[in-house]
Design a protein around this ligand. Sequence first.
Ligand code: F6R
Length: 606
Amino acid sequence: MCGIIGTIGRGEAAPLVLEGLRRLEYRGYDSAGIATLVDGRILRRRAEGKLNHLADLLATDPIAGTTGIGHTRWATHGAPVERNAHPIATDRVAIVHNGIIENFADLRTELTAAGYAFTSDTDTEAVAMLLTREMENGATPQEAVARTLRRLHGAFAVAIIFAGYPELLICARRGSPVAVGYGEGEMYVGSDALALAPLTQRICYLDEGDWAVLSATGAQVYDSEDRPVDRPIKLTALSGAMIGKGNHRHFMHKEICEQPAVIGDTLSAFVNPTSRSVVLQDLPFDLAKISRVTIVACGTSFHSALVAKYWFEKLARMPVEVDIASEFRYRAADMPEGGLALFISQSGETADTLAALRYAKSQGQYIAVLVNQPESSMVREADVMLQTLCGPEIGVASTKAFTAQLAVLACFAIAMARARGKIDALREAELTTALSEVPSRIAEVLADEPAIEVLGKSLIEARDVLYLGRGTAYPLALEGALKLKELSYIHAEGYAAGEMKHGPIALVDENTPVVVLAPSDAYFDKTMSNISEVIARDGPVILITDEAGAAHAPAQAKVIVAPTCDPLIAPLVFAVPLQLLAYQVGVFRGADVDQPRNLAKSVTVE
Ligand code: F6R
């Protein structure tokens, strides 16, 4: 949420920062800006809207300088207009900021009373003014930063440059991540390693409360008590080559199509194909003795948690509680001794999920995280990391991370079932064999994209769409509706099929398409009854089912035939037609499917 990047060194800063911002644009894209130092003075270019606007501005009005910072914004305080775009600057400092300064209003009152005139509506400007006041009172940049950080409440990452100090860039982290990159005679700072991937793979992650002073040749990190500390420099596995679109029109399409490969990679880390058993790393707890599993996540990751609940309960007979992270935190629930709390987050940075993790830790739970980013904040605070091997997901709406999360969760449920003696080796072998078929089944769905495209066209005029499913297809219905909302801006809601008659059916008429997910499983007949109820009210139906199901489809329904598969893997396979459908509708409607309006990847504010 908001991307920050900075460089200090030999080369021209602006082009390098602009390229870095392109890699960070998925974190926010309502305005962007760059500041550099030229002859000791701060120069700034900022533009409203997508990064292209800033690029156009820089093309006509370039800025020089070898020290620079840049920002791509997801607005929190102040409208997405140029005045509020970062870098926020005074004649002394320029700052880029990700996060929220919670006490900004008090600071603003104090500084206004002291004669400082604010020109933006941002919380960030209070930080710029505090720094400026310190420096006007004779503080060095380092002293100004140390004193200013002590005045700030909230979660943030910042990068700052200082007029008159061309050899200096300072960054700080509290809550939001900051990566410092080591180049050859050049240093970098970024919101994540992805931003720095083509520049360097030598990365140092700041710890909570750290701040760092960068020159062209190195960095000195200080902890929250301003003591010099050494933080390890790690080699990130990310490389610049992983972040292209390939031959695809959109990142999202590329990522949907990557699913057979990334699920294959992910499964190969969890399933031994010879013994056909699940292999987990050594765990610091005994799976057989876990008293309860609590799974917490947000958005799409929450939907994968809901699917997992069915698996843990059915296969492992394990009591499971699932909640969205923001509400879980506010419930202050007592958590049982010997409980396992599992946090699912593609980014590993989502603020609400991280806060929920800390709460569960305070309740003495074992902490496991399921992430796609092994170098993320959640991993640093967990006892166990389970990783999806998806590579970077650039499309803001999650696709491949979702199905890969499901793959890992299925493995974890199988391992727990086995540890608790609820399934035997033979059943485990059957289940892992079913899982190993996921990549091929998804490839079959992808081959059917032209048919799904045709059905996508039939939805482009819809104002509202309902999604229905039973069992594990219910969370998929929620996910299908979320994807359609995000990608096409059509209002969509997902419901448990059995709930339709308790209210949502009032919405059904000839103008409200209903997408029904119904693999031919134990619930198929009941869901077919719901379809009849929709058709009786003239509701257009798109039925996503398998071959056996299609044979029973009513003539009025348009049908997407997914491959026949084991019920365990149906959620992974059926997710893909939902993604393609939403993608196609979005593309037909001319929406920006990679960067839907108002959204940001990695939601680091609460
Ligand atoms: C929707 C989507 C979001 C994320 C949510 C949690 O397509 O991507 O709903 O799933 O913001 O993000 P992570 O998984 O990074 O915690």
